[in-house]
Design a protein around this ligand. Structure first.
Ligand SMILES: Nc1ncnc2c1ncn2[C@@H]1O[C@H](COP(=O)(O)OP(=O)(O)O)[C@@H](O)[C@H]1O
Ligand SMILES: CC(=O)N[C@@H](CCC(=O)OP(=O)(O)O)C(=O)O
Length: 257
């Protein structure tokens, strides 16, 4: 029997609001056993970029990341958001350490090749150093991972936080029985995006395709579900998409292969 590990990914709207973030961090600190937190921060990056006069552009849920934008996301994800979360967790008695993918070489990626779209400094994950994370986790340290990776040649790359969570969960599932929870501002994957009581309890790849065709599932939810299926296929025990106020895993949408 492997030991259990809970991986929580928390999205941009939650990390941007002090109250919701604080509540999430309290709930996270109460999760028993081994755990790891992955955060986004897309909304904060967009807001701070705008304050600096830099326009943000997203294509298929990914940020077009030119050299100036890379500086902003490095400061926002690797600095402001990550360190606020680490300080918040330390304040709640959790021995957190903040990591970008570059720290201890945890997540290496390749710059996304230019096809129809040039995403700029955006990385597709190539390697997760599970051994490094396992060592930290077994020492009782809680990694807090920012959505930045490194290219192995001195550069940082911007990488979608849902992908960081999915790839980390996959890599750690050899050592642990991993539960991966994607937490955001809604109660789960919804039949009607505007009706929080319309949670779809279970999604399979067939249902996913049907809901995408019907327009029920769209936007950022599409890559989130693709990452979820990929994790379940690779042996992650449980993947749940749920509200940031329900990380007990008792509600939300369960992903089945
Ligand atoms: N069927 C659906 N149920 C819930 N959310 C949906 C659905 N279809 C699209 N969405 C959108 O997906 C968004 C979540 O994706 P994203 O913004 O990438 O998440 P995160 O906040 O975790 O980064 C929701 O805020 C919502 O607008
Ligand atoms: C390449 C790419 O798109 N990276 C994302 C990373 C942050 C993120 O994913 O944040 P959320 O979870 O809050 O959406 C971005 O810059 O928006």
């Amino acid at each position: 029997m492997k030991e259990k590990l809970t991986i929580i990914k928390v999205g941009g709207k939650i990390v941007e609001e002090t109250d919701t973030l604080n509540r999430l961090l309290s709930d996270f600190s109460a999760v028993p056993g081994y755990k790891l937190l992955v955060h986004g921060g897309g909304r904060s990056a967009t807001r701070i970029a705008a304050q600096l006069g830099i326009e943000s552009r997203m294509v298929n849920g990914r940020r077009i990341t030119d050299a100036e934008t890379l500086k902003v996301v490095t400061m926002v994800y690797g600095g402001l958001v990550n360190k606020n979360i680490v300080a918040g967790l330390q304040g709640k008695g959790v021995n957190a350490v903040g990591l970008t993918g570059a720290d201890m070489g945890v997540i290496r990626s390749d710059k996304r090749p230019v096809k129809d779209v040039d995403y700029g400094f955006v990385g597709d994950v190539k390697e997760v150093r599970a051994d490094v994370l396992v060592q930290l986790i077994r020492q009782g340290i809680v990694p807090v991972m920012a959505p930045l990776t490194y290219d192995g040649a001195g550069g940082l790359l911007n990488t979608n936080a849902d992908t960081i969570a999915g790839e980390t969960a996959k890599a750690l599932s050899e050592a642990f029985d991993v539960t991966l929870m994607y937490c955001f501002e809604k109660k789960g994957v919804l039949h009607d995006e505007n009706d929080d009581d319309s949670v779809i309890p279970v999604i399979t790849p067939d249902l996913f395709r049907q809901y995408v065709d019907e327009g029920v599932i769209q936007g950022g939810m599409i890559p989130k579900l693709e990452n979820s299926f990929s994790a379940v296929e690779a042996g992650v025990i449980q993947v749940i998409i749920t509200s940031a106020s329900a990380i007990d895993g008792k509600s939300g949408t369960i992903i089945k292969k």
